[in-house]
Design a binder for this molecule. Structure first.
Ligand code: AGP
Length: 619
């Protein structure tokens, strides 16, 4: 999630913008840049890496003093984290500068249009197309006041996807113009000065008076004329005013107590962003960035999914889906074991490495071993340009945005979605037993953001349950089929957040030993498969009876309408009815919330649990 800052007012815009970018560093980024307008001239500077790199550049080559400026910290999606791909992006004539947060889904077609008109691009980003289009629209717009804002409305009517755009121009040196669709943008109103920010953290040290921008709106801020907002058609809109009552730290967490809670809440959007631009209008998949030829994909006769921790659990779920859709055998391996057991790999093997950070050493070493054995490697990763995708033959990025909390939540759900996309893409390219199944599942994928949002609306009983279990000293998690890895993930969340010994296992294994540990009051979480799997469902219901008969406190995750579980459940947590293979995307969420609430009730640091690092860069 990129960081955006804009300023118009009496202060030095360079200082205000850089301070705002520092306030947004928590969002995670891999490059930064700034543009200012002084004496009718637009100047800009940008640099890969941390803000310190940009500040060093500015110390060596200072921008002129200015009172209008924009700044950006970039979390790379299209195009790696390089100087050229950093924002701001300028029009060819250098008169317009644009910064952007989001994904312009139709940028390829728009870029081709600009190139056929003679525009030479200088970056691999989707954003640059907006700078060129805006300059062209400005040139074509009617003379006079509000010309840049009108140009912004013109291009916004052509852009598809999720975007926040902020522009400044030498043509209108006292003005900032911004547009918002789906990605965040908020206006700060000070005394004779105005601010723009991806969130209020960017300007909270200057003003607490804010204006909320709605969907598909353009805001024009002029030093003399003040603030005006319209929709993309140019109809005036009255923005909602509010006063920010958060302190700076709370602002970074979006008002949540923990980054983890914020990231749990971001999961619907993270899933939607990961699907964006990859689902064709006719139910086909569009995964151009995978960069493995169709023939490569047809030659595959074995798949390994290799990862660690939560990412490994995503791989376990991926196995069920990929084998079902493609009929290719899939093995799932813990990365730290993979290369030491001398796995059978060759050119017909596809190794899928899954990593949120893209820097996990165990997974990186497994990747290198696979490549030494001539296997093809596809990375599923959330960090654009990190080591694992760089060393892989192909990559499918998740677009969860930076995940700050050590415990992975939106990273995990988007890994699941990416694994589904890989499985469906393989099936589409290789041909599938049931012709229309890809289109059917693609339609089901589109429903996932809303399904997760619905689960999140019903989490208060889970939070209450978590607070009531703060003293738990152990917990068992049971599941079958794709709910078995969900049980493993639920146990891992509780271990890593609340330091409670927890064990996840296949419900069918109960009678082969684990049931011996169940006695009066033992908390047992059971993730029940959809009723559509009636045989499996009936067996899990009998598993619930078995543990309940021995005194367990049963916490049951079950889909809406499943009444079979009620007689044996101390607590029933409902999730929307979801196709079996996709169900983990919704059934995992209550387990994330439960673990987080128990840890918080125990007074623990939810975001930075003891002994753990966000990225394990040692073997
Ligand atoms: C997840 O909650 C854990 N923090 C941990 O298991 C993590 O999933 C694992 O270290 C792999 O990290 P990666 O996805 O960045 O490779």
């Amino acid at each position: 999630m990129c960081g955006i800052v804009g300023y118009v007012g009496p202060k030095d815009a360079r200082d205000v913008v850089l301070e705002g970018l520092r306030r947004l560093e928590y969002r995670g980024y891999d490059s930064a840049g700034i543009a200012v307008v002084a004496d009718g001239q637009l100047s800009s500077a940008k640099k890969a890496g941390k803000l310190a790199n940009l500040e060093k550049l500015l110390a060596d080559q200072p921008l002129p003093a200015a009172t209008v400026g924009i700044g950006h910290t970039r979390w790379a999606t299209h195009g790696g984290p390089t100087d050229r791909n950093a924002h701001p992006h300028l029009s060819a004539d250098g008169t317009v500068a644009v910064i952007h947060n989001g994904i312009i889904e139709n940028f390829a077609a728009l870029r081709a249009e600009c190139e056929s008109a003679g525009v030479e691009f200088t970056s691999e980003t989707d954003t640059e197309v907006a700078a060129h289009l805006l300059a062209a629209a400005y040139a074509a717009a009617p003379e006079g006041q509000g010309r840049l804002a009108e140009a912004m409305r013109v291009i916004c009517r052509r852009l598809e996807g999720a975007f926040t755009l902020v522009a400044t121009s030498a043509h209108e040196p006292d003005t900032l113009v911004a547009a918002r669709r789906s990605s965040p943008l908020v206006v700060g109103v000070g005394d004779g000065e105005y601010f723009l920010g991806s969130d209020v953290a960017a300007f909270i040290s200057h003003t607490r008076e804010a204006r909320e921008l709605g969907q598909d709106e353009v805001v024009e801020i002029d030093r003399h004329r003040g603030l005006s907002v319209t929709d993309f058609a140019g109809n005036p809109v009255e923005p909602k005013s509010y006063t920010v009552d958060w302190d700076a730290e709370a602002a970074e967490k979006g008002g949540y107590d923990w980054f983890m809670l914020k990231e749990i809440a971001e999961q619907p959007k993270a899933i939607a962003d990961t699907l964006l631009g990859r689902l064709g209008a006719n139910g086909e998949l569009v995964l151009d960035e995978v960069r493995l030829s169709d023939q490569d994909l047809r030659d595959i006769d074995k798949i390994f999914v290799v990862a660690c921790g939560t990412a490994y659990h995503a791989g376990l779920i991926a196995k069920y889906a990929i084998e079902h859709w493609t009929r290719i055998p899939v093995e799932v391996e813990v990365a730290s074991e993979f290369r030491y057991r001398d796995p059978v790999l060759d050119r017909s093997t596809l190794v899928v490495v899954v990593s949120q950070s893209g820097e996990t050493m165990d997974t990186l070493m497994a990747l290198r071993h696979a490549k030494d054995q001539k296997a093809r490697v596809l990375a599923i990763c959330n960090a654009n340009g990190s080591t694992i995708p760089r060393e892989s033959d192909a990559v499918l990025y998740t677009h969860a945005g930076p995940e700050i909390a050590v415990a992975s939540t939106k990273g995990f759900l988007t890994q699941l979605v990416a694994c589904y996309l890989v499985g469906l893409f393989l099936a589409q390219v290789r041909g599938i037993k049931y012709e229309d199944e890809v289109a059917t599942v693609v339609a089901e994928l589109r429903e996932l953001p809303a399904a997760v949002a619905k689960v999140l609306e019903q989490m208060e009983p889970v939070r209450e349950l978590g607070r009531s279990m703060a003293d738990a000293d152990r917990m068992l998690f049971l599941g079958r089929h794709v709910s078995f890895p969900v049980a493993l993930e639920g146990a891992l969340k509780l271990k890593e957040l609340a330091y409670i010994h927890a064990e996840g296992f296949a419900a069918g294994e109960l009678k082969h030993g684990p049931i011996a540990v169940v006695d009066e009051g033992t908390p047992v979480v059971i993730v029940v498969p959809p009723r559509a799997r009636d045989l499996l469902h009936a067996k899990v219901v009998s598993n619930i009876q078995e543990v309940r008969a021995r005194g367990a406190r049963t916490i049951v995750i079950a889909e809406e309408g499943d009444e079979d579980v009620v007689p044996y459940a101390d607590h029933v947590i409902r999730v929307p009815r979801t196709p079996t293979l996709l169900a983990p995307v919704v059934t995992t969420v209550p387990l994330q919330v439960l673990a987080c609430e128990i840890a918080d009730s125990r007074g623990l640091d939810v975001d930075q649990p003891r002994n753990l690092a966000k990225s394990v860069t040692v073997e």
